[in-house]
Design a protein around this ligand. Structure first.
Ligand code: GDP
Ligand code: MN
Ligand code: MN
Length: 255
């Protein structure tokens, strides 16, 4: 078994309105079954998802949290506006975004963007992945998968890694339940987070800094599906998530 992962060269600095599918196709020749992995940063830029902190008016709640965690009240307000739940507000902000990802600062970022601006995530990254994927398929007449990535930290471990935040034609999870291990025992719980594994693989080539390399092609992995997919299939439902429950009960006892 073998897979290839390579950068698409010559991607420019992306601006609102740029057509990512066209830019990608102009700089690489896609094949049937390719997975096009794209950093959320450039998807957000192409969709105009950037803003300035000075345009945000913090609420009293944001000011109260900012007094604890020392972030600016406007930044705290921006994070709260994108979160359906704030699991930890100090010294870090760990939130569950409206798309369901539990992450630091709701994925807001002031790196790889002009001074004074904050880069948001795409509003609905699954929809963005489908939009770009359909466009890539129209341009190439090939079956293409798309993974939109972000860089997230992990609980319990230092170091960040690429994770999938939007999917097209790529299942979030590969279910091994019912399959056998080497010794003939049926596996009963293993679900492999293949979308995150693909994101992590691509992120090795993208890097985090000034590489200017936000698009990676993964070739040779037989995982494309015709079924409707969503990154939301990765997020554990609230009632089954004991870590979230624990954090919520800690918050209650702090009140
Ligand atoms: P994130 O993981 O989606 O938050 O994106 P990063 O900020 O970590 O950037 C991932 C890669 O994309 C890095 O190699 C950046 O240099 C690159 N990158 C970010 N924005 C642009 C852009 O507008 N144009 C190009 N060519 N590269 C970019
Ligand atoms: Mn990011
Ligand atoms: Mn990154």
């Amino acid at each position: 078994m073998k897979l290839e992962a390579f950068i698409v060269d010559n991607i420019p600095l992306i601006k609102e309105g740029d057509n990512l599918a066209e830019i990608i196709c102009n700089n690489t020749k896609l094949e049937d079954g390719d997975i096009v992995v794209i950093a959320s940063t450039i998807v957000a830029k192409s969709e105009g998802q950037i803003f300035r902190l000075k345009d945000i008016t913090p609420t009293d709640k944001a000011v109260e949290i900012a007094n604890k965690n020392r972030f600016s009240p406007a930044f705290v307000q921006a994070v709260l506006e994108r979160s359906r739940d704030c699991l930890v507000d100090s010294p870090i902000m760990l939130v569950e975004t409206y798309n369901g990802n539990v992450c630091i600062n709701a994925g807001l970022d002031d790196s790889n963007i002009e001074n004074g601006f904050i880069l948001d995530l795409p509003k609905n990254p699954d929809v963005s992945a489908e939009y770009i994927g359909l466009h890539l398929q129209n341009l190439t007449s090939k079956k293409i998968g798309v993974v939109i990535t972000d860089t997230n930290g992990r609980a319990f471990k230092t170091g960040q890694t690429g994770v999938a935040v939007g999917l097209y034609h790529i299942p979030a999870i590969k279910n091994w339940r019912g399959k056998n291990d080497l010794y003939g025992h049926a596996l009963d719980i293993t679900e492999e987070a293949i979308a995150d594994e693909i994101a992590g693989t691509a992120n090795l080539l993208m890097g985090e800094g000034d590489g200017g390399t936000p698009v990676v092609i993964i070739r040779g992995l037989d995982v494309l599906t015709g079924k409707k997919v969503s990154v939301k299939n990765m997020y554990r439902p609230d009632d089954k998530d004991i870590i979230k429950k624990g954090l919520r009960s800690l918050n209650q006892s702090n009140l």
